[in-house]
Design a protein. Structure first.
Ligand code: GAP
Length: 511
């Protein structure tokens, strides 16, 4: 496969061509960073949701799911810290009129120096072979030392100025490093200012500040404010979890890379409420459990890694990302955070209501600690689609584009294809459609030669094709073709439903 930009471009165009993802309101030239899921995209998205929801609420008897509203009382966002601190530092280029995140400009600059260091190390590794001592090399080579000192210096200064909210110094740093607009090369920058990422709107007829409400920037707060409702009505005993899938909105300064970073996206979040002091054990449990959930899809063991956060948010005592190898490289797919009692305690403070759990065993009452798992549904969709996309040269010299999506997630499970459009074959095929249509999302196709029909199904990731031919009329057998191996097998129609049920079932992922 070509370079990563190429791959992402191909995935985007394939998505559009086959009805997975369309640019939003395209007839008006689209809206930046907003996308619509098409007929196959909606199916794939639903299957991913189902995989997550079943894992959370069926495999874990102590996790229940809710569906909270997007609009919430505005004080929610004061309590959660989003009104005061959910900001990105923003800078504009006066010449190009382009807007950037100041932190991203500085991080990209640092990444370039890091790449120089790595290049130097790799060159030396190739030169010295087995005897190469990397630690020694890094601590003695003058270029590496100089560049590493530069990186450490920039990081320390940037961290200090952000912590002191000294945005003038962030601008000074950008100027001292002579960072230019990546698109135009201009260094004519405005001051840096904080930009709150929450979308605001007005409630009903109330005008002014009193009527301002926000589109939720995370689904988690809908869970926190319902902690007592769920705990009491469901008679839940700690440890227990509340799961939710829903839309979230962030006015991202730069939204790009297709559905990776959008302003309207969907999250699948689970808050696991635990006894204070046990949170780090549960944090390790969820790290491992979530990684297993990902790896069960068979998208390549090496395509995942943990990124442990060294710099923790003030309310967290442990945090990491699960990163996936997207076409653009390793990037955050899911976050796992041990959030202490920060959210519940703040909601207690701001609402004036007691949010406590009474532990009947220890006879004590406490504010539970929380371990959160939070995954972007759209990012998961991009991970599945980009990993599945492949262009293959076949033994007979022809080529095919195929989506190797796990059968349990594939949008269409089976295609029913009469070999010819005559001799009673379409009628027989429709009997098979009736046999399967209630339990499997299927397509019936009788146009074009059979080979072209297989290619069309490969391109949308259909794991099985059933072909009905003249033999079917005599002995009730059909051929079943498997997408990845392209192998065909003859089976009796009476076994079809059972065989397909096993092959596309989600249960196999959990075992
Ligand atoms: N409640 C915790 C929380 O929201 P986060 O790291 O800000 O944490 C969690 O977001 C996940 O949501 C990310 O790992 C990512 O998959 C997804 N996500 C965040 N911002 C996104 C965006 N602008 N577009 C698409 N997905 C996004």
């Amino acid at each position: 496969m070509q370079n990563s930009d190429d791959k992402l471009r191909k995935v985007i165009s394939h998505s559009k061509e086959y009805g997975f993802v369309f640019p939003s309101s395209e007839i008006y030239d689209g809206l930046s960073a907003a996308y619509d899921y098409g007929q196959l995209g909606a199916e794939l998205k639903n299957n991913i949701k189902q995989y997550w929801w079943s894992f959370m609420t069926r495999l874990h008897q102590n996790i229940v799911g809710i569906d909270a509203s997007i609009f919430m009382h505005p004080t929610t966002w004061k309590a959660s810290g989003h009104v005061d601190a959910f900001n990105d530092p923003l800078i504009d280029n006066k010449d190009s009129k382009r807007r950037y995140r100041a932190d991203v400009l500085i991080e990209d600059y640092v990444k370039k120096i890091e790449a120089k260091v790595e290049k130097e190390v790799e060159k030396a590794r190739a030169r010295f072979g087995e005897s190469f001592d990397e630690v020694m090399f890094r601590s003695t080579h003058p270029n590496v030392i100089r560049n590493q000192e530069k990186i450490d210096g920039i990081n320390a200064r940037f961290k200090k100025s952000l912590e002191a909210e000294d945005l003038a110094d962030v601008k000074a740093l950008i100027e001292e490093l002579e960072i230019a607009d990546p698109e135009t090369g201009s260094r004519n920058w405005t001051d840096v200012r904080q930009f709150n990422l929450m979308f605001k709107t007005e409630l009903g007829a109330v005008s002014g500040d009193a009527g301002i409400i926000y589109l939720r920037p995370e689904t988690a707060q809908g869970i926190f404010v319902n902690f007592l409702n769920v705990q009491k009505s469901g008679r839940m005993k700690i440890p227990f979890g509340i799961a939710q899938i829903g839309k979230a909105f962030r006015n991202e300064i730069i939204a790009r890379q297709f559905i990776f970073r959008m302003r309207e996206f969907e999250q699948m979040e689970m808050q696991f409420f635990v006894k204070p002091g046990t949170e780090l054990e549960w944090y390790s449990y969820w790290k491992e459990a979530r990684m297993k959930w990902h790896k069960a899809l068979g998208m390549g063991e090496d395509n995942y890694r943990f990124h442990d956060h060294l710099k923790l948010a003030h309310y967290a005592n442990a945090a990491c990302d699960i990163e996936f190898n997207f076409p653009m490289g390793f990037k955050e797919l899911e976050g796992i955070h041990s959030r202490t009692d920060f959210d519940l305690s703040n909601h207690e403070k701001y609402s004036g209501k007691k949010i406590r759990y009474y532990d009947t065993e220890s006879e004590e009452s406490y504010v539970p600690y929380v371990v959160e798992t939070s995954i972007g549904l759209d990012r998961m969709f991009l991970a599945v689609l980009s990993n599945a996309y492949n262009e293959e040269k076949l033994e007979d010299g022809t080529e095919r584009t195929v989506l190797h999506i796990h059968p349990a997630l594939a949008p269409v499970k089976v295609a029913v294809l009469p070999l010819l459009k005559k001799d009673g074959l379409p009628e027989k095929a429709k009997e098979i459609v009736d046999l399967l249509k209630f339990d499997f999302n299927l397509q019936y196709d009788d146009k074009d030669a059979i080979g072209r029909r297989y290619r069309r199904q490969d391109a949308i990731g259909t794991p099985y094709c059933i072909t009905i031919d003249h033999e079917t009329l005599n002995d009730h057998s059909v051929t079943i073709r498997e997408r990845d191996s392209m192998k065909q097998e003859r089976i009796n129609i009476s076994t079809l439903h059972t065989i397909l049920s096993q092959k596309v079932s989600m249960t196999q992922l959990f075992s």
